[in-house]
Design a protein around this ligand. Structure first.
Ligand code: GLV
Ligand code: MN
Ligand code: MN
Length: 422
C-alpha cells in the first residue's frame, strides 16, 4: 500500500503526541548543557533507563501492543498482523544516551515507531505482517563499551555473554548491570534472543549538517560507514617528578603522546573522509608530581571504504609499538563494524513514501553507526533521517523541530505499511 492510498494514515500521525512523549522522556536524566541547552544523560541499564522503558511500555500497553524482552534486555512492542505467522517488520532504535547527550538521538526512532504504529491502528490500516517496535540495549557504548550490544546479540554477531566482564567507571560489570536489570523486568514476558525479520527500518536524526544545509525534509539513508574501536594501555613506572632524570623514566603519558602523534600521522586524510578520534584518556596515579605508570586511551576510527578500514585499522597496533620509547603497550580491539549498504527493498519504500507525501529528500550515507548496521546480514534494512539543527549531536544542543520529526514519523508509517503488506 502506498502512502497516497492511505491519507487517513498520514493524518493519524500526531505531531503533538510524538513531541509530548519525547519531552516527557527528556525529563528522565535531564541535564543542562554549557550553553544552557536541555540535554539528557540516561545511561543504559540504569534506574533512569528502566523508568524510561516503563513509560514507553505504559504507552504501548495502552495501545494494546504485546510487550516482551529478550535475554540482553532488548524491548519489543508488537502490533499483530493479519498473518501472525508472517515474518515481522522490525522498527526502532535505542533509548540510552551519551553522558552529555541530547533529547533525540536514539529515542526518537523508538517514539517515531510507536507513533507510526499508533497511527496505523487508529487509521484502521491493516497489515499482513506484524510490526515490532524495538528498543535496543546499549547502542551508545557510553557506559559499557562498545555500543550496539543489543543488536549485535540479536543478530548473533556475538553471544549475549560476550561483554560480561566489561566494566563501567564504577567497576560495575555489564553482566551485573544486566542481571539486576532483568530482575527488575522479571514481570515482563520473555522472548528468545534473535529472530528473522522480513525487514528492518530505523528512524534517526541525521546527526550531521547535510539535510538542513540542503533544505531537505527526509534523508533516504544509503548505508553506514565502518567503525573500529580500540583501547590502548601504556604501562611504565611511577617516579618522583622532581628527582628522577627524564632520560631514565618510563613515562606512560609521554609514550601515549608519542603514540597519538604517530596515529595522527597514519590517519591523515587530505580528503577529510576518514574519522579518527581519541575521546577518552585515563592516567594513573593522576597526580601532578608523579610520573604516570599507566595511560589508557580509546580510539574510534571510521571510514566508508572497507579496504582502507581494514588496512589502517590493522596498522594501529604496529604504529603504536614503533612510536613508544620505554613503556609496554597492549592494544585491544573491542568493536569492528564493517561498512554496510542498505537494501533497495527498504530504501525504495522510504523514497516512495517521501515522494508521495511531497517531501524533499536526499540520499545520503550515515557517518554515525546504528543498530541497523547489524541487521543488514539478517534482512533487508534501511534508515530514515530527519534534519537536526546545525548537524549537532552527542550534545545537549541537539535539536529537531516538532514538524521535522512529524514528517519523519509520517514517512516511517507509510513505509512500514508498505513493507508489512508485501
Ligand atoms: C553512535 O552513537 C556513534 O557513535 O556513531
Ligand atoms: Mn543513536
Ligand atoms: Mn549516539
Amino acid at each position: 500500500m502506498s502512502a497516497s492510498t492511505a491519507p487517513n494514515l498520514i493524518a493519524a500521525v500526531s505531531e503533538a503526541r510524538q513531541w509530548d512523549r519525547l519531552m516527557e522522556l527528556a525529563k528522565l536524566g535531564a541535564i543542562t548543557g554549557t550553553d544552557g541547552s536541555p540535554g539528557v544523560n540516561r545511561a543504559c541499564l540504569t534506574p533512569l533507563d528502566r523508568e524510561a522503558r516503563r513509560l514507553v511500555i505504559s504507552w504501548a500497553e495502552g495501545l494494546g501492543l504485546a510487550v516482551s524482552v529478550d535475554e540482553i534486555g532488548n524491548l519489543f512492542l508488537r502490533h499483530e498482523g493479519t498473518d501472525p505467522a508472517a515474518a515481522p517488520v522490525l522498527t526502532g532504535s535505542h533509548m540510552d544516551t551519551q553522558p552529555n547527550g541530547g533529547r533525540f538521538d536514539g529515542i526518537w526512532g523508538v517514539i517515531a515507531a510507536l507513533e507510526a504504529v499508533q497511527a496505523i491502528r487508529e487509521a484502521g490500516v491493516q497489515t499482513v505482517r506484524p510490526i515490532e517496535v524495538v528498543a535496543w540495549t546499549n547502542e551508545e557504548g557510553g557506559r559499557f563499551a562498545p555500543g550496539c550490544m543489543g543488536s549485535m546479540a540479536y543478530a548473533h554477531y556475538k553471544p549475549a555473554t560476550a561483554w560480561d566482564a566489561v566494566a563501567d567507571h564504577e567497576g560495575v560489570t555489564f553482566r551485573q548491570a544486566l542481571d539486576e536489570h532483568r530482575k527488575a523486568e522479571a514481570d515482563l514476558s520473555h522472548r528468545p534472543l534473535g529472530g528473522k525479520p522480513f525487514a528492518y527500518l530505523e528512524a534517526h536524526i541525521e546527526q550531521g549538517p547535510r539535510l538542513e544545509a540542503e533544505g531537505k525534509d527526509i534523508g533516504v539513508v544509503t548505508g553506514i560507514q565502518g567503525s573500529r574501536w580500540f583501547i590502548v594501555e601504556v604501562r611504565g613506572e611511577t617516579a618522583h617528578a622532581g628527582t628522577s632524570p627524564v632520560s631514565t623514566r618510563r613515562d606512560a603519558v609521554q609514550d601515549m603522546v608519542r603514540a597519538i602523534n604517530a596515529l595522527n600521522a597514519l590517519m591523515t586524510d587530505p580528503t577529510d573522509v576518514l574519522r579518527f578520534t581519541v575521546g577518552q584518556i585515563e592516567v594513573m596515579p593522576n597526580t601532578s608530581n608523579t610520573v604516570a605508570d599507566v595511560a589508557r586511551f580509546t580510539i574510534d576510527f571510521r571510514h566508508p571504504d572497507k579496504e582502507l578500514l581494514i588496512a589502517n585499522g590493522d596498522a594501529i597496533e604496529p604504529t603504536i609499538r614503533s612510536a613508544v620509547k620505554s613503556c609496554d603497550v597492549t592494544v585491544t580491539e573491542r568493536f569492528h563494524a564493517l561498512p554496510v549498504e542498505f537494501d533497495p527493498l527498504v530504501t525504495d519504500a522510504v523514497q516512495a513514501a517521501a515522494d508521495a507525501q511531497g517531501l524533499a529528500s536526499l540520499a545520503l550515507p550515515s557517518g554515525a553507526f546504528h543498530d541497523a548496521q547489524f541487521m543488514v546480514p539478517l534482512c533487508p534494512t534501511g534508515m530514515i533521517f530527519v534534519p537536526c539543527r546545525k548537524g549537532v549531536s552527542h550534545n545537549p544542543a541537539e535539536y529537531s523541530t516538532p514538524g521535522q520529526l512529524a514528517a519523519g514519523a509520517r514517512v516511517l508509517a507509510a513505509a512500514l505499511v508498505d513493507l508489512a503488506n508485501r
